[in-house]
Design a protein around this ligand. Structure first.
Ligand SMILES: Nc1nc2c(ncn2[C@@H]2O[C@H](COP(=O)(O)OP(=O)(O)OP(=O)(O)O)[C@@H](O)[C@H]2O)c(=O)[nH]1
Ligand SMILES: [Mg+2]
Length: 296
């Protein structure tokens, strides 16, 4: 193919900046779960965007934060790991949030990389033009960004421009993935993530962070897929909340997740959810590996 270009792009930033929303927008599909709660993403998720003369492999990463558990430590390490795999780095920020110690910390990390770093100023649908210029000026002074691009990942503002600019930085000429492939995720991981997304929305405070989901069994019978999923929590009290009075919370989660999975599969889905308590699993390296989907 003449003039074909490709490359790997890491999306890094603080939790809740909109990295997963941006990944989904860039690949025109929902490959990563999105919630309004920070620290939603726990793994590096690759999304592939192919067109006639380019292929971009975007790596969504867990939000960089000060870890309080082994799980958090593993999440942050994965985000760092993506920096070395990348050719280009998008530093995604939530433009509605003040510059803080978290940003300072990430910028120090980015200074040790020699790769082009773009500032992706996200959520511009939430503020006015004058504020935007002021913000861009303040960020310009903090780091030698190769590009600064204001966008709204959610409202799809300026994302096309981001893609065009990124194309000019691609240097490889290898087609890494078949054109029809948009993600590197295992099916069962994706289903577990969809269930986890619904559970995060259905719970609050520490519970969303304490939840893990794994698919224990999958059976395909004619045009029906039967999934058995285990929802892991850290305490008995959390188990009660996740199940809800008369099972109503789990039932609601199951309905929403089943709908999404059926849509992905274009098939009928039966979803059985089981809740299990694994005391303090987020601090147990072996359990973090198992429930945090480390080796997928
Ligand atoms: N208003 C507005 N909200 C956005 C935009 N992009 C993302 N959001 C919202 O911000 C929240 C966090 O989005 P995510 O995409 O999950 O953020 P993330 O950076 O992947 O978060 P972690 O996985 O926790 O690191 C969600 O409620 C999104 O709907 C945007 O452009 N505008
Ligand atoms: Mg995310």
């Amino acid at each position: 193919m003449k003039n074909f270009k490709s490359g790997f792009i890491a999306l890094v930033g603080r939790p809740n900046a909109g990295k997963s929303t941006l990944l989904n927008n860039l690949v025109n599909d929902k490959v990563a779960i999105v919630t309004n709660k920070p620290q939603t993403t726990r793994n590096v998720i690759r999304g592939v965007r192919s067109d006639e003369d380019s292929q971009m492999i975007f790596m969504d990463t867990p939000g960089i934060h000060k870890p309080k558990h082994k799980l958090g430590g593993s999440m942050v390490n994965k985000a760092y790991g993506s920096l070395s795999d990348a050719d280009i780095i998008y530093y995604v920020i939530d433009g509605t949030q003040k510059f803080g110690p978290g940003d300072r910390f990430i910028l120090e990390k980015l200074k040790t990389s020699e790769k082009p770093v773009f500032l992706i100023l996200n959520k511009i649908d939430r503020f006015s033009g004058d504020d935007l210029i002021e913000l861009l000026v303040s960020w310009q002074e903090r780091f030698n960004f190769k590009e600064m691009i204001p966008i709204s990942a959610l409202k799809d503002l300026n994302v096309k421009k981001l893609i065009e600019v990124t194309k000019t930085y691609l240097t490889d000429d290898i087609q890494y993935y078949p054109v029809e492939q948009i993600s590197d995720q295992e099916e069962n991981f994706l289903y577990a993530e969809i269930i986890r997304e619904k559970l995060i929305f259905a719970t609050k405070e520490e519970i969303p962070h304490s939840i893990a989901v794994i698919i224990e069994n999958k059976q395909v019978k004619d045009d029906i897929t039967i999934l058995d999923a285990i929802v892991v929590v850290e305490r008995d009290s959390q188990k009660g909340i996740v199940i809800g009075k008369g099972g109503h919370v789990l039932k609601q989660v199951g309905t929403l997740a089943r709908r999404d999975i059926a849509q992905k599969l274009n098939k009928k889905v039966f979803l059985n959810l089981f809740v299990k308590v694994e005391k303090d699993w987020r601090n147990n390296p072996r359990k973090v590996e198992k429930y945090g989907h480390i080796d997928e």
